[in-house]
Structures are given as structure tokens and as C-alpha cells.
Design a protein around this ligand. Structure first.
Ligand code: SF4
Ligand code: SF4
Length: 480
């Protein structure tokens, strides 16, 4: 017996190349002529699917609300690429914080390596926004409008009568509406929820760019969920393509216990007593959203969604065999009965990850709200001023990383001298912006140890020291 997808496709013009071990060199969703083979995944049920639902809806709630939730009066998450401003849990980061992003990004990559080496492609099936939106929202709407896999196939073959227009057209219309909502949320991640509200409620003619972005994003999301679907995971996503180098025989993956299941034989009177536990019912294949047969072993297309575990467990229950013919297990676990353990590779990843996270936490905890540079004004030599003093002139540039205007006071700290503002008597740094000014520093020439002296300037706001900046004070050679 063959899976419904296989039977369906053999009878269609888009004949796939089903055949012995064809899965090794070809995708199940592309036929020998390079045409797409549509996957009609059967509705999954079971314990794992329930847990996936719980995890999925929690993450969906997070994805859909994060840009609208305020932390300290600011978005929980915002990635304003246009103004190069990023808000994470109420803290703003600028391009100057690039090194933090770099360390954070490297930590994330190492975490993904570690996670994948340990648990395979679990992220894809359980936490990736693409899968969660597809399986927990779009697929459910599809079942609602078109029924389960068999009904969907029937509808595809059906001529375009009123029922088909209503069912398929209705589904696509709701798909577009949801894509539109996702596009709005996506835009809120970039421009912030307030700006999004302005675009929505203001005169549309004033926001043609924003509205165009929403329409483009809506179109992209609609295309992804109505047409691309599992192709994103199998063809587009680079993480999926990396699986083969990240996993090893110790990695926990969704796997078929071939020792127990082979030689598979149909359920029925003629079934041999010695036959394997797999009754070749194809339930595991019919529920697979990527259209593969898990019994062929680990494959690039498997997103570890666990739908086949649930399907097979239900079959095992019915035939009174133990559950777990398809289960979470490592290849070594199935072949040699090895228990899950931390091998050298995972330990190495863990150590590197701990170090990186430690560095990241340290940097974040000492990160200042201001970033100041104080440099001698180009082209200006030192001046000798009355009272036996040497004067240097400096350009001050201060970045305010916070969401409030900061009055700033500068104090000379490492040496006695006079610091004065030129032009204005203070520097005020607007929120999320730069403030600039010019200062002069006079130091008694007797106090200068050399012609080039390192001096420290404290940056204060409302009496609180926010940063200490080191700069150079130049004097004549004779003072060496
Ligand atoms: S083989 Fe199983 S776990 Fe992998 S994608 Fe298909 S249904 Fe999901
Ligand atoms: S669901 Fe289980 S018994 Fe049925 S074909 Fe798949 S592995 Fe075999």
C-alpha cells in the first residue's frame, strides 16, 4: 500500500519519482520534471501535537504582541533598521553597540549548533515562526474551509463550481487577511507601534511608503503560506540545509525504530507472527507536512514536528503494540541502545557558549547610557594663557542611548585645572540622539608632567557619573 500523497501523485500529471530509495537523491515535493508535488497533510492528533499547540500558541502570542508591549514605557522589541536603532526589552542599542550584537549573534549561532547537535531540528517544528504560523493558524484554517487531506484532494480535482469558489476562495481570502495582520505586526517591529497606528488612522496619502510596505509584506506572507509552505523549510531556509553537518549519530531526532519495525507487513490474517511491528499503514507519511516517509531514516526535509510519532502511536494502540515505533531517539540509541549523553562535541559547544554568554552579560551590565568622545580640536595647537597656564580646546560629542533628554556636566578628574564650555554653558543631549559642544581645559604648566599628558574627564548627569573619558592634553616640550 502507498501513502495517499503517493497514490494521488501517481495518478496525476505531475508524476513524482517514487521508487526504491529515490528519497536519497530527490525531494518528495518535486517530481522528475521539476514540478511541484503538493503535500496534503492529514490532520494530526495526539499528545505531541497537543504540546506543540501549547508551545506554538504561547510563542504566537509573544510574536504578535512583543512590539506593542511596553517595558519602561518603550517597546519590548523593535528593530528599526532605517534609523539603525534596536530596542530589546526596553533598552535601546545603536550601531555603536555593534560589538554587543556581534557577540550576541555568535552566542546565538553557537546555541543553535549546540541545540541542533543535541536535539536535531526541534527548533523548526516547535519554535520557528514559519512553522508555527503555518501549522497553528494557516493549516487549521485550511482544514476548516476544505476539510482533511482527502477532502482537499477532492476539492483540487473538482471543477470550479460554486462550492470550490466558496471553499478555496474563502480560504485564500482569510489567508490574505491574516497575512495582512502579520504584515502590520511585522512593520510594527521595524517602525514601532505608535508609528504603525499613525499609518493606520491618519490620511493614507500621508503614508504611502508605510502602506506600500504593508501591502508588499502582506503579499510576501500570503505567498509563503498559501503557496511556498514546506518549501521554505526544505529549499529556502539555510538552517535546514545545515542540518547534515550539525547533527551526528548521538543527536536526538524523530526516528523510526527500524530494528523493531522491519520487515514490515500489512495488518491482517496473512501477517507472519515474526513480522516487524510496522504494519505499513502509511499513517506516519500521510500526516507529514513535508511529505516524507520517516521510515527512510533522517532526511533533510524532516522538521521534527512529531506528527508522525502521534500518528504511529495511535496505530500501535490500535494493534496493541507498545508505542514508540517512531520516537525521539538518536541513531546510536536505536542501533546500539545508547542513552542520550553529552559527548565531547556538545561539551565543547557548551563551554564556548558559557564563555560567550558570560562576556555578553558582563558587557551589558557595564554598558553606559552615554557614549562620549572628547578629542582635541583638529588644527588647534595648545595656547599659553595668563596665569602660567596652558589651554587646550576640545570637541565633545556625546551619544545619548536612553529615551530621555540628559543634561550633561563635564568634570576634569585626574589633574587640577579649569574646564569651561565655549559658546554655551552646558551640553544637553537629546534623547536617542547626539549632543555636541566645545570645551577648553586650562592646566597650570607646573602641573604638566610631559608635553602629552593623559587626562580623565568625568561625564555626569544630574550628579551621577555616567562615564569617564580619557583624552590627551598637549603642552610645550620644555615642560617635559
Ligand atoms: S517525518 Fe515526522 S517529524 Fe519529520 S516532518 Fe514528517 S511528520 Fe514531522
Ligand atoms: S504509522 Fe507506524 S505502523 Fe504505520 S507505516 Fe508508519 S511506522 Fe509503520
Amino acid at each position: 500500500m502507498k501513502s495517499l500523497n503517493q497514490l494521488e501523485n501517481e495518478n496525476s500529471d505531475d508524476k513524482p519519482h517514487w521508487g526504491y530509495e529515490s528519497y536519497r537523491d530527490s525531494l518528495t515535493t518535486v517530481n522528475e520534471f521539476g514540478k511541484r508535488v503538493w503535500v496534503y497533510a492529514k490532520k494530526p492528533f495526539g499528545k505531541w501535537y497537543k504540546w506543540r499547540g501549547v508551545v506554538g500558541y504561547i510563542l504566537l502570542a509573544f510574536f504578535l504582541t512583543a512590539p506593542f508591549i511596553k517595558v519602561s514605557d518603550h517597546p519590548m522589541l523593535q528593530f528599526d533598521f532605517v534609523h539603525r536603532k534596536f530596542v530589546l526589552f526596553g533598552s535601546v542599542f545603536w550601531p555603536h553597540d555593534f560589538y554587543i550584537f556581534l557577540i550576541g549573534f555568535i552566542s546565538f549561532i553557537v546555541f543553535i549548533f549546540l541545540f541542533t547537535a543535541a536535539f536535531g531540528r526541534l527548533w523548526c517544528g516547535w519554535a520557528c515562526p514559519q512553522t508555527i504560523f503555518m501549522e497553528m493558524i494557516f493549516r487549521k484554517i485550511e482544514y476548516l474551509f476544505e476539510g482533511d487531506a482527502i477532502a482537499q484532494r477532492k476539492l483540487t480535482k473538482q471543477r470550479w463550481d460554486a462550492e470550490k469558489v466558496l471553499r478555496r476562495g474563502g480560504k485564500l481570502f482569510v489567508f490574505y487577511l491574516i497575512s495582512f495582520v502579520i504584515a502590520n505586526v511585522f512593520l510594527a517591529y521595524i517602525i514601532g507601534s505608535e508609528n504603525l497606528q499613525t499609518i493606520i488612522f491618519d490620511n493614507p496619502l500621508n503614508h504611502t511608503k508605510g502602506l506600500t510596505a504593508i501591502m508588499i509584506f502582506s503579499g510576501v506572507f500570503f505567498f509563503v503560506y498559501a503557496y511556498m509552505r514546506e518549501q521554505v523549510c526544505t529549499i529556502v531556509c539555510p538552517y535546514g540545509r545545515l542540518q547534515s553537518v550539525l547533527m551526528d549519530t548521538h543527536s536526538l531526532v524523530v526516528a523510526y525504530d527500524y530494528k523493531r519495525g522491519e520487515g514490515r507487513a500489512k495488518w491482517g490474517r496473512s501477517r507472519d507472527e515474526k513480522a516487524g511491528d510496522c504494519i505499513d499503514c502509511y499513517q506516519c507519511v500521510d500526516v507529514c507536512p513535508t511529505g516524507i516517509d520517516i521510515r527512510n531514516g533522517i532526511q533533510l526535509e524532516c522538521v521534527n514536528c512529531t506528527a508522525c510519532i502521534d500518528a504511529c502511536n495511535m496505530v500501535m494502540d490500535k494493534i496493541h503494540k507498545p508505542r514508540g515505533l517512531v520516537k525521539f531517539a538518536s541513531i546510536n540509541g536505536i542501533e546500539k541502545g545508547e542513552k542520550f549523553s553529552w559527548n565531547a562535541r556538545r561539551i565543547a559547544y557548551s563551554v564556548v557558549l558559557c564563555v560567550l554568554v558570560g562576556v555578553l552579560v558582563t558587557i551589558l551590565s557595564v554598558r553606559s547610557d552615554l557614549q562620549a568622545t572628547i578629542l582635541r580640536t583638529p588644527g588647534m595647537a595648545f595656547l599659553e594663557v595668563p596665569g602660567g597656564k596652558i589651554r587646550n580646546i576640545y570637541n565633545v560629542k556625546i551619544l545619548n542611548k536612553t529615551f530621555k533628554d540628559l543634561p550633561v556636566e563635564l568634570k576634569l578628574e585626574s589633574i587640577n585645572g579649569d574646564l569651561a564650555y565655549i559658546g554655551k554653558n552646558h551640553i544637553k543631549v537629546p534623547k536617542e540622539d547626539y549632543g555636541a559642544g566645545i570645551i577648553s581645559i586650562d592646566i597650570n604648566k607646573d602641573k604638566l608632567p610631559s608635553s602629552s599628558t593623559h587626562i580623565l574627564i568625568g561625564i555626569y548627569s544630574n550628579g551621577k557619573k555616567l562615564q569617564t573619558v580619557k583624552t590627551n592634553f598637549m603642552g610645550p616640550e620644555v615642560y617635559k
